[in-house]
Design a protein around this ligand. Structure first.
Ligand code: AMP
Length: 358
């Protein structure tokens, strides 16, 4: 195993949004330099980092430059082309998490197949490449069922509920007749998530569960630590550990869960990166998910994951960011503003953590 990366080393991050920004801030506090790769000039992350390469994520020259200046490269989103990872590695950088985690997270069929193979149960599903496949899948899984594109879906985009076989043709055209997955409906009582990490030495660290509330397919609030029974907590830890070890993972990973009650959990999806439902750790834990990720990819020991506070994290979307004026005056609120100039509707602009010390 490589020696821990010393402070003063350079970390590369693909993606200059808020996740890259908060990763960069955590890295900076540990004495690292950070270089961002993002096509948009002056990105939220670029503005708090030592440098930014302004180029597309598959720009061969930019990747070679980043791979040479950075000792380790990571990313803030999962749709990184596999060829970009190869280019970075050729230029001499370690890449973490590795290509296997990305390949699994980029394709919903691969993802569910992997999850079930390590005992992390999911809903029943059927791959769909044609209208005939879809009709056969509906026969097999029954209705209602959810049709999702296999790739490039996020925040509920590229998804259609099908309530009867007659709706199949419309649903197939609504998702653009792209390779898809048909999922049985999970009869969940609530949505949970678990943020976890694995170090270069194989050590695993798991944060307490968060309970998540979505609105219009987008995360609105996370309450953490979620009030769960011991069986649920134990099962979530088992699932997280199986996934991390199964992928030989290095870094922080987010696992979205459906809580069926009585300690039964299904995995909805995994994100091979820091995760919006883990923002509560910034004000609820001594070592937050951003520092944890930097520690893991730099080969440092993982930090503690116990909560010292109960946190309610709320995303501020679009012009909700204007609430900063009143929120800044509240004693138990910590504001995290992303420095985005334009508050487009639905855009993640900031989040707040309401903190109650335990
Ligand atoms: P996803 O993009 O897969 O995270 O899905 C977005 C949201 O849709 C989830 O947070 C759930 O609220 C809901 N959802 C996704 N898949 C299912 C399913 N198989 N059964 C019931 N609800 C689902």
């Amino acid at each position: 195993m490589a020696a821990p990366l010393p402070p003063g080393s350079t970390i590369g991050v693909l993606g200059g949004g808020q996740l890259g920004r908060m990763l960069s801030q955590a890295a900076s506090r540990l004495g690292f330099n950070v270089v961002i790769l993002d096509p948009e000039e002056n990105s939220p992350a670029g503005r708090v980092s030592q440098g930014q390469v302004v180029a597309a994520y598959d720009d061969a020259t930019a990747l070679t430059v980043l791979g040479k200046v950075a000792q380790v490269v990571t990313f803030e989103f999962e749709n990184v082309p596999a060829s970009s990872i190869e280019r970075l590695a050729e230029a001499g950088a370690l890449v973490a998490p590795g290509p296997r985690a990305l390949a699994v997270a980029q394709d919903r069929v691969e993802e569910k197949t992997f999850l079930n193979s390590v005992g992390a149960t999911t809903v029943d599903f059927a791959p769909v490449d044609s209208l005939d496949d879809l009709l056969a899948g509906l026969e097999q899984l029954g209705t209602p069922a959810l049709l999702k594109t296999r790739r490039d879906g996020y925040d509920g985009k590229g998804q259609v509920w099908i309530r009867s076989a007659e709706m199949a043709a419309d649903a197939w055209s609504a998702i653009g007749e792209k390779p898809a997955i048909l999922e049985a409906r999970a009869a969940f009582i609530r949505e949970l998530s678990v943020i976890c990490a694995r170090g270069r030495d194989g050590a695993v660290a798991v944060y307490p569960l968060g309970e998540n509330i979505h609105s219009g397919g987008v995360l609105k609030t996370t309450l953490a630590p979620a009030k769960v029974d011991a069986a649920t907590e134990t099962r979530a830890r088992e699932i997280a550990t199986a996934i991390l070890n199964g992928l030989d993972y290095v870094g922080v990973l987010g696992v979205e869960l459906f809580d069926l009650g009585n300690g039964k959990l299904l995995v909805n999806e995994i994100a091979p990166r820091v995760h919006n439902t883990g923002h509560w750790t910034q004000d609820g834990c001594v070592c937050d998910q951003f520092e944890q990720h930097i520690r893991a990819i730099a080969g440092w020991p993982l930090g503690p994951t116990e909560a010292h506070a109960r946190v309610e994290m709320t995303n501020l979307l679009g012009d909700e960011v204007e609430q900063w004026r009143t929120l800044a005056a509240e004693a138990d609120v910590r504001l995290h503003l992303y420095g985005k100039a334009e508050a487009r509707p639905g855009r993640k602009m900031a989040h707040v953590n309401r903190v109650r010390v335990l």
